[in-house]
Design a protein around this ligand. Structure first.
Ligand code: SF4
Length: 341
């Protein structure tokens, strides 16, 4: 990895409830290098979006964050919200899931760009605003003839391209894209994700891509982090993770993706846990086919493999911390049928 431009250290984000808090992100550490594309994957409800928002200081009221998000020598978690807000746009950008809800239907695309640039770079002339806007739109495949049109005149895929261009026009160093293709069909989804993954070539922007699309992660990301129940289960170079997943959850997640070679559908038995009261020990143990006795007693200790990967699983040790006899298989009731024809 190149030098990290963002270092997340033991980040916790809890949501308050009348009872116990929801531990949506629970001790996550992650580095993102300059111009690096990092895929963040995992089932819904595992804390991916909360992590993305926690990094950008965009958490809703009632959320509490602690730990460190280090950017340019500053800990964003400890900074006043106003100061973090000023950094969003020119330094840290976010692409949301639903482009139509973010574009004002009463404003032309040109007005969206003017407002965005005026807010962060008030000294730009009108000519510069137009040039920068058209150049960025052009790179997203939107021709200049569409510059003065309204959002409703564009397809969903084009609106998402416009949203990406609006984030990129400020030349952020890091972009967080949270499921940016949720409402799009698969062909447009592929095009948008390919565009995003190519940002490092076109803009030198680092990208944290939160997605369910493991295919695009395999094709376009440098590294990937697999999140489960508020924690990173496995993190490392995409090639290594796909070739030989080290964590049983990663293995199951990869196994459950569909490709042209798929003959049998697989789904991971059970569901991610309730993050108000997650299972003791390893949070994946109720669903894990490899669970040992230690797994429902002690939380796994993160291990670094020879190829640099980080894994949170007792299968990778440290063996001296596993109590005697606790390496035997965990006895429990069947957790469900995994294979379907
Ligand atoms: Fe499975 Fe145990 Fe590893 Fe958790 S720690 S993933 S339960 S083997």
């Amino acid at each position: 990895m190149t030098d990290a431009i963002l270092q997340v250290r033991n980040l916790r984000v809890y949501y308050g409830t009348p009872g116990k808090p929801v531990r949506a992100v629970d001790g996550v550490s992650l580095d993102i290098g300059e111009s690096e594309v990092v895929g963040l994957v995992g089932e819904s409800g595992c804390g991916k979006s909360t992590l993305g928002r926690g990094i950008l200081g965009l958490l809703p009221d009632g959320a509490r964050a602690d730990g460190e998000v280090l950017y340019d020598g500053r800990n964003l978690v400890a900074m006043p919200p106003k100061a973090v807000r000023r950094m969003r746009g020119p330094e840290l950008g976010l692409i949301f899931q639903e482009p139509m809800t973010r574009l004002n239907p009463l404003l032309r695309i040109s007005d969206h760009f003017r407002e965005t640039l005026e807010q962060h770079e008030p000294d730009l002339t009108d000519a510069e605003v137009k040039r920068r806007s058209l150049e960025t739109l052009g790179r997203m495949g939107i021709p200049p003839t569409r510059f003065r049109q309204y959002p409703h005149e564009f397809s969903g895929g084009m609106r998402q391209r416009i949203m990406i261009a609006l984030a990129l026009v400020l030349r952020p160093k890091l972009l967080v894209a949270d499921e940016p293709t949720t409402s799009l069909d698969v062909i447009v989804e592929g095009q948008i994700l390919a565009l995003l993954a190519d940002l490092k070539n076109n803009f030198g922007t680092a990208l944290l891509l939160i997605t369910h699309n493991l295919g695009i992660v395999a094709e376009s990301c440098d590294r990937m982090a697999v999140m489960y129940a508020g924690r990173i289960a496995e993190e490392g170079p995409v090639r290594e993770v796909f070739a030989d997943p080290a964590h049983p959850y990663t293995r199951d997640l990869l196994r459950s993706t569909i490709s042209l070679d798929t003959t049998t559908l697989y789904s991971i038995p059970g569901a991610p846990p309730n993050l108000i009261d997650p299972p003791p020990g390893c949070r994946f143990h109720p669903r894990c086919p490899n669970a040992m006795r230690v797994c429902d007693q002690l939380e796994p200790i993160e291990q670094r493999l020879d190829d640099g990967r980080r894994v949170l699983c007792w299968l990778h040790g440290p063996s001296e911390r596993i109590p005697q006899g606790a390496g035997a298989p965990l006895e429990r009731e069947a957790i469900g049928v995994a294979d379907e024809a």
